[in-house]
Design a protein around this ligand. Sequence first.
Ligand code: G3H
Ligand code: 13P
Ligand code: ZN
Length: 332
Amino acid sequence: MVSYKDLGLVNTREMFAKAINGGYAIPAFNFNNMEQLQAIVKAAAETNSPVILQVSSGARKYANQTLLRYMAEGAVHYAKELGWEKPQICLHLDHGNSFELCKSCVDFGFSSVMIDGSALPYEENIALTKQVVDYAHQYDVTVEAELGVLAGVEDEVHAEESHYTKPEEVIDFSTRSGCDSLAISIGTSHGAYKFKPEQCTRDPKTGRLVPPPLAFDVLDAIMEKLPGFPIVLHGSSSVPQEYVDIINAHGGNLPDAVGIPEEQLRRAAKSAVCKINIDSDSRLAMTAAIRLTFDEHPDYFDPRKYLGPARDEMEKLYKHKIIEVLGSNDKA
Ligand code: G3H
Ligand code: 13P
Ligand code: ZN
């Protein structure tokens, strides 16, 4: 058993309380490799922003769970080396799908876990979430739960259509499960294709897809039921069209990729939404930079020469999200 406290990590309790009161949101960035982690830590340290490092089951499979955990521990030391005296870094399991997985992360030094029972029947979601909460809280590890289903693919959770969170269920769910924060469904979804073209309109000038707005009425109704309770938004990449254009112009093929406009995320960040999950945008930044580098330098074969620019681009993206969208800069 390793306590996250001994690793210099923090849980989400204080981060979220401050974020709700301050009208900003904490960035939750997924990482699978060293370059992503370096870029996240550098961006957070240089903007003085609290940050959540997210590890999915897929990341655990890809990069090895032990290595990822030591990388997160290393991230705290790296942040200090960068001059961040008291790093506010949380290590979080993204979309945990079983009690055993959540327990193993708690035992392994994670400071926060998500148990995603959103595809289960309501009572089973409560029971599973409560089981994780009862275990995690013994070690002061915070627990995120999910109610409502996002469209698209949620790791092993699949849903053809999104089912918005029902505001009338949130009091009962959060009280009985004991969760510390609640991920809700108000129209976001995972990946780079958040809406089908037929759900969007087109900007007549640019021909770009304009997605439908998020269901802020549902968010408002949830906040009215649970005043001051931490709300989480998954699937919050904006799918920057600059990256999509670079990718498509340099051998890629991402037709009609579309995300959540940043303006809507800014609005959400000012509310009780205190954690905003971003993964796809970092993938796009990395892919765009690598494709561009390969096109411009067909002679490159040293990975540092293309992963270096990719890392720089991701750092730029993370800083942009922190400063221009979530408003978490200077809050650590
Ligand atoms: O929620 C999904 C995250 O973007 C993680 O994705 O399962 O491909 O690592 P992944
Ligand atoms: P995106 O695919 O929109 O980046 O969402 C990531 C996410 O929700 C991770 O849990
Ligand atoms: Zn997610």
